[in-house]
Design a protein around this ligand. Sequence first.
Ligand SMILES: Cc1cc2nc3c(=O)[nH]c(=O)nc-3n(C[C@H](O)[C@H](O)[C@H](O)COP(=O)(O)O)c2cc1C
Length: 346
Amino acid sequence: MAEPAISKRKDEHLAQSLGEVEADVSAGFEAFDLEYDALPEIDLDAVDLKTPLLGQTLEAPLVIGAMTGGSEEAFRVNALLARAAAHFGIGMALGSGRAALLYPELLKTYAVREVAPVPLVLANLGAVQLKEEAFSAGALSAFTDAIGADALELHLNPLQEAIQPGGDSRFSGVLQKIEAFLEGFPKPVLIKEVGSGISQKTARKLARLKIAGLETAGLGGTSFTKIEAMRSDPGAGRLAGLELSNWGVQTADSILACRNALGKDRLVIASGGIRSALDAAKALALGADAVAMARPFLKAAMAGEEALFLFVESFLYALRTVCFACGCVRPADLHSALKKRDAARD
Ligand SMILES: Cc1cc2nc3c(=O)[nH]c(=O)nc-3n(C[C@H](O)[C@H](O)[C@H](O)COP(=O)(O)O)c2cc1C
């Protein structure tokens, strides 16, 4: 099929993401520790990672972060990720559905449930795009129905849009647009960033809305600002993007900010620079209901299905083991093992 320009951008994001696109700042988990308990007084077999999320039950509190859709290569990646999500019973978020809404022939590149029975599917769109007529609540509802998504994530990405060549940085009125959209959209909606994090101030503004939850997509992992800088021609935009790619809200801080703003009843998904089961366990201990990773899944998928399956299996093995050695039967209990580093050394 002859692919539109938007498909080319999707392919460039995938290719670019395999390079050096992570922030040079940590996600902030080194400030915390989980107390290792050599006498956990539970059996490893007793650990139960099962997690209810958005009306579905996951085998573990893990979601494949929003990445792609909208080109043949994107579909190849989505299909691989969908097989892993279904096999391990974890959630899967899709990349922005803008391509499918503008070019309906690209819808099939998002139809992951036709590939495998993924337990939880999250669709995605840039919140700034809600200003355009093509992205009405009705259109998004039809899109999420067509691909069988359980919920929608709207992403906020002012830094990315400012650096992206031809990006849409008209963010005035976006909060009202989201509010109006929520009135007409029938499925749960979460709001996320794309690697620069959600601050206390942002979280408070969003908490007033009828959202199901927030995903941090904090600073310390993939920097979309850096990805756009690398895609730009050499010049001022590229230099500005590289400079600003280390700015934002570290994921650990963003988890606390989101949890604080949302209270206990709504969801917080931790993401941005989660690179190990220990990071994930700390994120859960800090108050997240689940964690998402994007680039680590992409890298593993690019190495093939076997590498991808081994990556997920070992991650879950390690997460289960961390729960065991903290004496926690459920991931939700990890909070009891959390220590601030300084306090841990006292
Ligand atoms: C190739 C690629 C494409 C992405 N596309 C989207 C997207 O379409 N929508 C979105 O909300 N986030 C997108 N992201 C951001 C991720 O969902 C995630 O928030 C970010 O990469 C931080 O997580 P990580 O450090 O685990 O990669 C993309 C990330 C990557 C690596």
